[in-house]
Write a new protein. Structure first.
Length: 104
């Protein structure tokens, strides 16, 4: 529950301060793989009509989000205009966090 609230707060701040690149599609309301594909197809069609060549490079880094270093995330938050009280909450959540898995 806490993580969901933090995600909502972070998303609100990033969207309301225009901190995200407009081309970023993942996890954004109104922007999806479908909208990205439609935009790409439109650009390809326009280039063909104009007699231009089209070159595309697509990179998918497997596990990129699973392997983000907490220190890098916190450093970015510290350099941002994110409200200090929420910033401290992220620090608390990401530093010295432990998970215990109980098995039968």
């Amino acid at each position: 529950m806490l993580e969901k609230l933090m995600t909502q707060r972070l998303t609100y701040h990033l969207e309301s301060t225009n901190s995200l690149n407009d081309r970023q599609r993942g996890f954004r309301e109104g922007k999806s793989v479908d909208t990205a594909i439609n935009e790409l197809l439109s650009k390809i069609q326009t280039a063909r009509i104009d007699g231009k060549h089209v070159l595309m490079l697509s990179i998918d880094i497997k596990g990129a989000f699973d392997n983000l270093q907490h220190r890098a995330i916190l450093k970015s938050l510290d350099a941002s205009t994110f409200p200090i009280n929420i910033n401290r909450l992220f620090h608390s959540l990401l530093q010295n966090r432990k998970v215990t898995l109980l098995t039968p």
